[in-house]
Design a binder for this molecule. Structure first.
Ligand SMILES: Nc1nc(=O)c2c([nH]1)NC[C@@H]1CN(c3ccc(C(=O)N[C@@H](CCC(=O)O)C(=O)O)cc3)C=[N+]21
Length: 290
């Protein structure tokens, strides 16, 4: 039976570490780090995420600036707000909750964020810095996955890692991070032939495809470490109820792997903790505090 990697507990530790860092920062800078979160529209899932980000911020001793705009906000008005936040000295980090309403060009909005305030790591500048080994912000979800892997395995050098999924916000930055750790990295995706065979060679599997339980336990190399990024809401056994499952068939994986992250309680909590970590780092960088 594999170990369950307790992302929730690890995230709690990281949040406590950030809280201490915030206290030290405030003593030197005379102000708290500030995170601006921009939410456009009424998507209920987004509202839940934004509320938990706000709570986490406040608990860590940070300033949280919430900007909740109506769904019909124009792209120009949103860009103007980003411009204001870029110029606001009290704002160290800017997060624009995705997805945005269809009439707004997401890329254009993300690119408007000052890369030095891009705590989500979503701008082209941040992606380029990561790919070329320069200092910058790493997207919170892959950063959280890397922390869990290093905590579990220590040195990752020489390990074979397969990432399932090639998104800009998880798959690609995850590949860059693992490459930097000297893993041998494979990115698999919907067109990959014989996925079972590809995954079968991996010491590390990161599943980020958004397809419920698509990675089967029998595909895994015995003793593999499995990081499940998927958060899929599916019908539960009880009529009318739903439950969350990952991209990995968890019970099967537990029979073969050495360690597996659960959903919920795995990668999800790490994403928010890493957002706080990035925001503190942004504040320190802006104030020239080591
Ligand atoms: N600009 C932007 N940045 C984001 O980082 C971003 C975003 N937009 N849009 C939406 C996704 C999703 N996301 C999650 C964060 C935490 C959990 C999380 O904490 N999940 C818990 C609870 C899940 C639940 O009960 O619903 C868990 O997995 O244990 C999940 C998902 C951040 N996102």
């Amino acid at each position: 039976m594999a170990d369950i990697i307790d992302g929730k507990a690890f995230a709690a530790g990281l949040r406590e570490e950030v809280r201490e860092g915030v206290t030290a920062f405030a003593a030197k800078a005379g102000r708290a780090p500030g995170l601006a979160v921009v939410l456009v529209g009424e998507d209920p899932a987004s509202a839940v995420y934004v509320r938990s980000k706000h709570k986490a911020c406040v608990t860590a001793g940070m300033e949280s600036f919430e900007h909740h705009l109506p769904a019909e906000t124009s792209e120009a008005d949103l860009l103007a707000l980003i411009g204001q936040l870029n110029a606001d000295p009290a704002v160290d980090g800017i997060l624009v909750q995705l997805p945005l309403p269809k009439h707004i060009d997401e890329t254009k909005v993300i690119e408007a964020i000052d890369p030095d305030k891009d705590v989500d790591g979503f701008t082209t500048a941040s992606a380029g810095r990561l790919a070329t080994g320069q200092d910058g912000f790493v997207a919170c979800t892959p950063l959280g996955c890397l922390m869990l892997l290093k905590d579990r395995l220590g040195d990752l050098s020489g390990k074979s890692a397969v990432i399932v999924g090639r998104s800009n916000i998880v798959g690609k930055p995850m590949a860059m991070l693992l490459l930097k750790e000297s893993c041998t990295v494979t990115i698999a995706h919907s067109r990959t032939q014989d996925l079972a065979h590809v995954i079968g060679g991996a010491d590390i599997v990161v599943a980020a495809v958004g397809r419920p339980e698509m990675v089967k336990g029998a595909w895994l190399k015995p003793g593999a470490t499995v990081i499940d990024v998927g958060i899929n809401r599916v019908p539960a056994a009880e009529e009318g109820k739903t439950k969350l499952v990952g991209d990995v068939a968890f019970d099967e994986a537990m029979e073969v792997a050495a360690a597996v992250t659960p959903v919920p309680g795995g990668v999800g909590p790490m994403t928010i903790a890493c957002l706080l970590h990035n925001t503190l780092a942004a504040a320190k960088r802006r104030e020239g505090i080591a």
